[in-house]
Design a binder for this molecule. Structure first.
Ligand code: XMP
Length: 326
């Protein structure tokens, strides 16, 4: 039976010294576990899988192959950053899979949120499976499982594993951060030299922008949600709110409303600004934001994002509203 209980003797990793000791210990343990075999990792670019990648690169170098699947639902600049950090800076074997059309074609016309999640999850496994089959002699599958995932195994983070692979691809698991809490993963990530915007990234759902583009996903709305989210993040960062507000993003509901341009009425999309503070994502409050910041974001979204003619601020708390729109 696999041990899934954090050892009581394990100190909380709060400093770079403790992180360095953890890294040294894990690198030795990974070398021992993996030997001269090959390891495969699904690398989303989120902090957990990025820390696992960096640990494995340190431990076994090119015995590791990372697969980054771009399902088209990532935030602006994310796939590029994964390539830059892991392939260009860390010299990792990185397989980049452009699966954008494949996912968006499968999702076309699907408006039920759970059906969308299911398609995204299943398609991800199929793409990953295809890539795994192209490689030979892989013995281990690395995963960015963290301790809260074990404690709440049916929680929102089920996307951390690629369980669901067929029997013949059931590799031995390698989960070097499975006893760490999120704050500890960040301290380790920092000590491994990962960039701040990767280490301190706010939570991002597995189905990505797909749950922020409500109803059936269309390419125009998806692009608009990606662009407006990038503007919002940029302006929050400029206002010094990065790391101070727990999660913030935009959503585009599947409704149109009237706008006016050159004296003519037309239908356009409404962008919703969402910002919340929470400890555990079970309840969430809405931070007080300066109205001039909101006006700045509004002006930029209207000026820069195609098809958008209205900007709304979601002031709802959880409960009764969830954080995401779907
Ligand atoms: P809700 O919307 O349920 O979100 O209040 C709570 C937290 O979970 C994230 N979330 C998800 N994460 N897959 C994920 O990996 C999902 O399907 C999903 N839905 C919500 C959400 O971003 C928030 O941080």
């Amino acid at each position: 039976m696999e041990n899934n209980v954090r050892p009581e003797s394990m100190a909380r990793i709060t400093t770079s010294e403790l992180a360095n000791a953890f890294i040294e210990e894990q690198v030795a343990a990974l070398r021992e576990q993996i030997g001269d075999k090959k390891v495969l990792l699904a690398l989303s670019g989120g902090v957990d899988s990025s820390v696992v990648a960096a640990l494995l690169i340190k431990a076994v170098g090119d015995q590791l192959t990372c697969v980054h699947v771009n399902h088209g639902l990532l935030r602006k600049g994310e796939p590029e950053q994964v390539i830059e950090v892991f392939r260009n800076q860390m010299n990792a074997n990185l397989v980049y899979v452009d699966a954008v059309d494949r996912f968006l074609d499968k999702l076309a016309g699907i408006d039920d949120p759970e059906e969308k999640r299911k398609i995204i999850g299943e398609e991800f496994i199929r793409v990953f499976e295809e890539e795994a089959r192209k490689l030979t002699d892989v013995a281990f599958l690395a995963q960015g499982t963290i301790y809260p995932d074990i404690l709440e195994s049916d929680g929102v983070k089920a996307h951390h594993n690629v369980g669901g692979l067929p029997e013949d691809l059931k590799f031995e698991l390698c989960e070097p951060v499975k006893f760490l809490y999120k704050d500890e993963v960040r301290v380790v990530g920092k000590a491994l030299g990962l960039p701040d915007n990767m280490v301190y990234r706010q939570p991002f759902p597995g189905p990505g922008l797909g749950v922020r583009c409500t109803g059936a996903i269309t390419r125009d709305r998806l692009e608009a949600v990606r662009e407006s989210d990038a503007i919002l993040r940029e302006e929050f960062a400029k206002a010094g709110l990065e790391g101070k507000v727990w999660q913030y993003f935009t959503a585009i509901p599947d409704i149109q409303s009237t706008g006016i341009k050159d004296g003519k009425r037309y239908m356009g999309w409404a962008v919703v600004i969402r910002a919340v503070n929470t400890v555990d994502a079970v309840t969430a409050s809405v931070p007080e934001l300066s109205i001039s910041l909101l006006f700045k974001i509004r002006d930029r979204i209207i000026a820069e994002v195609n098809g958008v003619n209205r900007v709304l601020f979601d002031m709802s708390e959880k409960p009764v509203s969830t954080i995401e729109w779907e």
